[in-house]
Design a protein around this ligand. Sequence first.
Ligand SMILES: [Zn+2]
Length: 205
Amino acid sequence: MPPWTEKIAQVPLVIQTKTKTSIVRLKDMKKIFFIIPSFIFMFTHFIACKGQSNTKIDTTMQTQTHHQEIKKNQTFEVQKTDQEWQQSLDAEQYRILRQKGTERPFTSPLEEIYDGGTYVCAGCGNQLFSSEGKFDSGCGWPSFYEALDQKQIITQTDNTFGMTRTEILCAKCGGHLGHVFNDGPKDKSGLRYCVNGKSLNFIKK
Ligand SMILES: [Zn+2]
């Protein structure tokens, strides 16, 4: 073995160490490059459902409606224990209706349905919206410009995510439906009820 091979044999150790460091850094960079666009995508879609007509982000999107505000000690006609709700709903319905979750945009089959019929609460069957009040908002969630009956939906001020929005809930079971905004069709009510498809069941005429 030539005498220089011993010296060379030490070199790869250094290179190996640096290479490992480089690989780790490269992995971190890949994560960052993945996380940043994902965050931007999620945030833009989140905002899309909040106020699509605004060019700048408006943090105050409270909407005045004719619905009743939730009362301090509001009681609901349909009452179930948390365990009963978990048994009667699927996991995603439970997360949205009972834990105020939001489904991913453009995932609900109900978004694309324009057949005649009625949209009822997936938690209790309360009739909430008619197909006649539905429109294509392009925001990624089923959208309506009016409720079937003002009394069947109640509202609550929602201050989460650094914004002030108007949450809509089923008046019969208190299930979270989504939010209502004032950027709906101007020739109708001007309102946009942005509803999670999982909160609804569609009953075709
Ligand atoms: Zn309900």
